[in-house]
Design a protein around this ligand. Sequence first.
Ligand code: NAP
Length: 247
Amino acid sequence: MSHKGKIALVTGASRGIGRAIALALGHEGATVIGTATSSEGADKITCALQEAKIAGCGIVLNVKEKNSIDAAVTLMKQHYSMPSILVNNAAVTRDNLFLRMKDEEWDDVIQTNLKSIYSMTKICLRDMLKAQWGRIINVSSVVGSTGNPGQANYAAAKAGLIGLTKAVAQEVGSRNITVNAVSPGFIDTDMTRDLSEEHRNTLLQRIPMQRLGQATEVAAAVVFLASPGANYITGQTLHVNGGMFMP
Ligand code: NAP
């Protein structure tokens, strides 16, 4: 129960990796606030937490909208307090070959996957500075390190957040706040379930462990980075990818 007494905010906790992170932090004793873009999604999170006997709830948050962020902050302050563990996990893909990519596809991915990290971190950092303790974990992607055809927007956002992670880590390290990234390879979630059989088989050939990862395996890395065992680790990227990419 290394996270007992801590409030953890996990964006995009309605499914996939975010859901697994929310449950894993909760199992370690954290009170978990998980976000979804709809009230049905938020209710689903609340039910999942209750079933697992984890304190906390689901709330609605669209990371692209300032009003939505402000409303979520008000709710957190009313019912809990600001988080000392922030997991920036919410993200989308809008894939297209670069020359065909529409401005909307570029903007949507940069706003959801990168600007959101700026906004959410900024809003949570002040209370962490006051408390002289905080853990910020940003979810990147192997594609941020390797690139991927059809994903220039997604790769740019996921690489960009690694730079942000290192810069903020340097700014707040003296206050006992660590900022790290977890970089998953190909994980079995909604995001990868649409891959064609052919694409999936090609991918598997590039993964030494010859399987997709599980959301729980990414969650374990996040739990570690938030734990006392990782107190002296900051500005790092922890790759969880079955050996697919070795920096
Ligand atoms: P997912 O199953 O598609 O879930 C995405 C989550 O993000 C959902 O909870 C969704 O909420 C939320 N979300 C989407 N747009 C949002 C917005 N504007 N505001 C707030 N929340 C929003 O994704 P996943 O596969 O679990 O991926 C989780 C993280 O891991 C992402 O950062 C992703 O880039 C990264 N990742 C995934 C893989 C993979 O193979 N799956 C690989 C590398 C990195 P709703 O349910 O309400 O839509």
